[in-house]
Design a protein around this ligand. Structure first.
Ligand code: FMN
Length: 325
C-alpha cells in the first residue's frame, strides 16, 4: 500500500506504533519496524538523554529499517532536558520524531536542519492546523476513543478525521481506536493516509511489558475504560481498576477544588510497577476503548500482516462487491 505517509517515512505499510510510556522500548520499536510499520521509542521513558542515546543504539542493532522517537512536551514547570533529548535523537541518526503535548515549534528548525521529519499528535482540528502552519511534516489525529490523553473536546474519529481531511494539506494518520484491517480501511476512507496504534501494540509478543498487562487487555471490553483528571484539564483515558475507582472517588468528593497533589498516589511513578512488575492495581494506566477489539497476543509481524491482508480483502472483495451492483 502506498500513501503519502509510507512515502514520507520510507515504510512499507502505513501503520505507526505510537509512543507509550514504559512500553515503547527498543524491542517493540524494532519489531514494528521489522514488520514494515514505523516503530517508535518513547523518549521520556529513558531518564536521561544518555540513556535515550543507548536505547537508539540498541534499536539500531535490532533493525535496519526506519524507526522514530516520541518526544512528549509535558505541561510541567521543571521540564526534562529537552535540548539533550533532541541532541541524542539527531546524533543517533534518527530521522523521524513523533511529538506530542505542547507546541513543538521551538524544536522544529533544529530537527529539520538535521533532516528529521516531524509528526505531531493532535486531538483537534485547530491544533492540527497549527502544527501544519509551524511546519510539521504530518499529523497524528488522535480521537476521543484513544488511550492516553484525548484532550478536552471529546470528538470521536468518525467526525474528527473527515474534519481534519477538510482542512489539512499535510498528510495525517488516524489515531485512537485503531486495531485491524477494518480500522485501516475506514481511516483511509475518512481521509487519513495511515493509522497509529497504541493499545493494540501493547498486546503483542514483543511488547516488553508484563504478561498481566497483555492479559488484562485481552480480557477487557470496550466498556472498561474511564476518563480521569478531567477536573485538572489533563484528561486521560485509562483502564478501570482499583486505582481508577479510588481516583474517581476523590474527584467526586473534592470537586473543583481537587489538586494534582491529591491524586499523586494513583498517578505518580506507577508505570514501572504496572508495566514491569505486573501490579495491575498499582495506579492508573492509559488504555483505549479499542481494548474491546483485542482478543489475542500475536507477534508484531503477525498483527501487521493480518491487518494488511484484511484491508486488502475489504477493499478488493467487500467494497468492490458493493460497487459491482
Ligand atoms: C500505555 C500507554 C502509554 C502512552 N504513553 C504516551 C506517551 O508517553 N506519549 C504520547 O505521546 N502518547 C502516549 N500514548 C498514546 C499513544 O501514543 C497513542 O496516541 C494512543 O494509544 C492511540 O490510541 P489507541 O490506544 O486507541 O490506539 C500512550 C498510550 C498508552 C496506551
Amino acid at each position: 500500500m502506498k500513501t503519502r505517509i509510507t512515502e514520507l517515512f520510507g515504510i512499507e505499510h502505513p501503520i505507526i506504533q505510537g509512543g507509550m510510556h514504559f512500553v515503547g522500548f527498543a524491542e517493540l520499536a524494532a519489531a514494528v519496524s521489522n514488520a514494515g510499520g514505523l516503530g517508535i521509542i518513547t523518549g521520556l521513558t529513558q531518564r536521561t538523554p544518555e540513556l535515550l542515546a543507548n536505547e537508539i543504539r540498541r534499536c539500531r542493532e535490532m533493525t535496519d529499517k526506519p524507526f522514530g522517537v516520541n518526544l512528549t512536551f509535558l505541561p510541567v514547570l521543571s521540564a526534562p532536558d529537552y535540548p539533550g533529548y533532541v541532541k541524542a535523537i539527531v546524533d543517533g541518526g534518527v530521522k523521524i520524531v513523533e511529538t506530542a503535548g505542547n507546541n513543538p515549534q521551538k524544536w522544529l528548525p533544529g530537527l529539520h536542519e538535521a533532516g528529521v521529519k516531524v509528526i505531531h499528535k493532535c486531538t483537534s482540528v485547530r491544533h492540527s492546523l497549527k502544527a501544519e502552519a509551524i511546519g510539521c511534516d504530518a499529523v497524528s489525529v488522535d480521537g476521543f476513543e484513544c488511550g492516553g490523553h484525548p484532550g478536552e473536546d471529546d470528538i470521536p474519529n468518525f467526525i474528527l478525521l473527515p474534519r481534519a481531511a477538510e482542512e489539512l494539506k499535510i498528510p495525517f494518520v488516524a489515531s485512537g481506536g485503531m486495531a485491524d484491517g477494518r480500522s485501516l480501511v475506514a481511516a483511509l476512507a475518512l481521509g487519513a493516509e495511515g493509522m497509529n496504534m497504541g493499545t493494540r501494540f501493547m498486546a503483542t509478543k514483543e511488547a516488553p511489558i508484563h504478561d498481566n498487562v497483555k492479559q488484562a487487555l485481552v480480557a477487557a471490553t470496550e466498556l472498561d475504560t474511564r476518563l480521569v483528571m478531567r477536573p485538572l484539564r489533563n484528561t486521560e483515558r485509562v483502564l478501570r481498576n482499583a486505582a481508577t475507582d479510588a481516583l474517581l472517588e476523590k474527584e467526586r468528593t473534592l470537586g473543583a477544588a481537587i489538586k494534582f497533589e491529591d491524586i499523586i498516589e494513583q498517578v505518580a511513578g506507577v508505570y514501572p510497577k504496572i508495566m514491569k512488575d505486573g501490579a495491575m492495581d498499582a495506579g492508573v494506566w492509559s488504555c483505549g476503548m479499542v481494548a474491546g477489539l483485542i482478543r489475542d497476543v500475536p507477534s508484531c509481524k503477525e498483527l501487521i500482516d493480518r491487518i494488511m491482508a484484511e484491508a486488502d480483502a475489504i477493499i478488493h472483495k467487500r467494497l468492490a462487491g458493493f460497487a459491482a451492483g
